[in-house]
Design a protein around this ligand. Structure first.
Ligand SMILES: [Zn+2]
Length: 427
C-alpha cells in the first residue's frame, strides 16, 4: 500500500531519529517503483541520501509483515485503498508498547450507511444515515480498532481522529493491559436515532461500578429511550456500537498545533492542517456525535437563528456547546434535545412558520409549549476561538474536481483493454 513510496520517503527525510521505514506494497511493480524513487530522490537531494537510504522497499502482504514483527514497530501507518478492516487484527499486534497506529479508511459510502449490511460485515457496527455520519464513521473505525486490539489483550488511546475531505484517519496509541481491556464495553455505545426528528441518544454497551477497591463490569442499563420519541412521536433506529470515549487527546492536539505555529513556513499545507487542529482542539470531548442546526431548522420548516445566537441561547440555558471539525454546521452540546427544541420553539414563536398540509414531526414538536425560555443575549464565548481569531475553519478544496481517483490496478486493466482494442483494430 506504499504505492510510489512517497510517504515513506517523506517520513525518512522529515522526521528526526528514524531507524528505518519499511515501505510495503503487495504489488511487486510498486516495490520496484519505490526502489526507483529512492534512487531519484537520493540523486536530487544528495544531502538527504543517508536519510533516504533508511527506506526499505518490501513486497509482501502487509498482514504477514505485521505478524512477523510482533510489537516491533514504533509506528504503523495503514492507508489502503478502501477499507482497512481486514488489516486491523495483524496491525494492532505489530505496534510497540505505547506506539502509534495510524489508520485511514476511504470507504465512506459504506461507513456513512449507504450499504449498512456491508458496514456490519466489515466493521461489526451498523451505521446511521444522519448528519453526524462522518463523526460516526470515525467512531466506527475506532471501535473496530479497539475490538481488534482486545483480542490480543491490548487497547487503544486515540490521540486525534479526523474526518477529512473524502476519508477518515485515526491516530491511536496501542497498549497492553488486561485490566483496560475489561473496560472496552463501557467505551462503546449503541446510537438510537429518531426517524422523525434530529433526536439521538447513546446507549452504553457496558458499565463499570467501583466500590472501595473492587470494580465490577456489568452490562449497560437500558433502554435509554422510550418506544416513541418524546419530542415528535416517531420511532427510533438503532445503530452502532461506536466508540463513545474521547476521540482526541486535547493536550496532544494543542502541543502539535503549537509546534505547527512555531514552524509555519515548513508546512505548505499549513492553513488546512491548522484549521483542522484548531477545530479538533475546541470540540467537547465528552459529547459524542452532534446536531446540525440547519437540519433542526429543516425539521421545523423554519429558518434557524445564526450559530452565534443559537449557541449563546444554549449557553444561557446552562449548557456547554462547541462545533465539530467534521461538519461546519455542527452543534455539539451536553444539553438534552428537549432544551434545544425549546430554544427553537421560542425562535419560531418570534419567527412563525407556515402550517403544514399533513402531520409532520416538526408540527408535533412545535405543538408543545417550551419549558425553557430562550435567552438570546449574545455570549462572546459562544463564538469559536477560531472564528474570533479569524482562523479559516473549513478551507476550500484546492480544485473543482478535488477527490479520490480510481484504484491503481483498474487504470492498468483499462489501459491494457484499450491497448488490446487498438491492436485488434490495427490488425
Ligand atoms: Zn423525534
Amino acid at each position: 500500500m506504499s504505492a510510489t513510496g512517497l510517504r515513506a520517503l517523506r517520513y525518512a527525510q522529515e522526521l528526526e531519529n528514524v531507524g528505518c521505514v519499511v515501505a510495503n506494497d503487495m504489488d511487486p511493480t510498486a516495490a520496484e517503483a519505490i526502489e526507483r524513487n529512492k534512487a531519484y530522490n537520493a540523486l536530487c537531494s544528495p544531502d538527504k541520501a543517508e536519510a533516504i537510504s533508511r527506506v526499505i522497499p518490501h513486497n509482501e502482504d502487509v498482514r504477514m509483515v505485521c505478524m512477523k514483527h510482533e510489537k516491533m514497530f514504533d509506528v504503523v501507518d495503514l492507508d489502503p485503498y478502501g477499507t482497512p478492516s481486514t488489516l486491523l487484527d495483524s496491525a494492532v499486534t505489530s505496534v510497540k508498547e505505547g506506539g502509534l497506529l495510524l489508520v485511514t479508511a476511504t470507504d465512506m459510502a459504506v461507513l456513512c450507511g449507504n450499504n449498512a449490511e456491508v458496514a456490519w460485515a466489515k466493521y461489526q457496527s451498523y451505521p446511521l444515515r444522519a448528519k453526524y455520519c462522518h463523526e460516526m464513521a470515525v467512531r466506527t473505525l475506532l471501535a473496530a480498532v479497539e475490538n481488534a486490539a482486545i483480542k490480543h489483550r491490548r487497547h487503544i488511546v486515540p490521540v486525534i481522529s479526523l474526518s477529512i475531505d473524502f476519508y477518515i484517519r485515526v491516530f491511536v496509541r496501542v497498549y497492553t493491559s488486561p485490566l483496560q481491556m475489561k473496560q472496552t464495553p463501557s467505551k462503546l455505545s449503541y446510537v438510537f436515532q429518531c426517524v422523525g426528528c434530529d433526536a439521538h441518544e447513546l446507549q452504553a454497551v457496558g458499565r463499570q461500578q467501583t466500590k472501595g477497591n473492587v470494580t465490577k463490569y456489568q452490562p449497560g442499563v437500558g433502554p435509554v429511550v422510550p418506544q416513541r420519541c418524546s419530542s415528535c412521536g416517531w420511532h427510533y433506529n438503532m445503530g452502532g456500537p461506536i466508540w463513545s470515549d474521547p476521540i482526541h487527546d486535547k493536550t496532544w492536539v494543542t502541543n502539535v498545533k503549537s509546534e505547527l505555529e512555531r514552524n509555519k513556513d515548513a508546512y505548505p499545507g499549513y492553513g488546512k492542517v491548522h484549521a483542522l487542529l484548531t477545530m479538533a482542539s475546541e470540540e467537547l470531548l465528552d459529547v459524542p456525535l452532534h446536531y446540525d442546526l440547519h437540519a433542526m431548522g429543516g425539521t421545523l420548516k423554519a429558518t434557524p437563528p445564526s450559530f452565534w445566537l443559537f449557541k449563546s441561547a444554549v449557553m444561557n440555558a446552562g449548557y456547554r456547546v462547541s462545533g465539530s471539525h467534521s461538519n461546519p454546521l455542527a452543534i455539539k452540546t451536553d444539553a438534552p434535545v428537549d432544551v434545544l427544541w425549546d430554544i427553537l420553539r421560542c425562535w419560531v414563536k418570534e419567527h412563525p412558520v407556515k402550517p403544514q398540509s399533513s402531520p409532520t414531526p416538526g408540527e408535533a414538536i412545535l405543538a408543545k409549549e417550551p419549558t425553557v425560555i430562550a435567552n438570546w443575549t449574545r455570549r462572546t464565548e459562544a463564538q469559536s476561538k477560531a472564528q474570533k481569531d479569524g482562523v479559516a475553519r473549513f478551507p476550500q478544496n484546492p480544485t473543482a474536481d478535488w477527490g479520490p481517483k480510481r484504484r491503481a490496478g483498474k487504470y492498468r486493466e483499462e489501459e491494457l483493454e484499450a491497448k488490446r482494442r487498438k491492436e485488434e483494430e490495427e490488425d
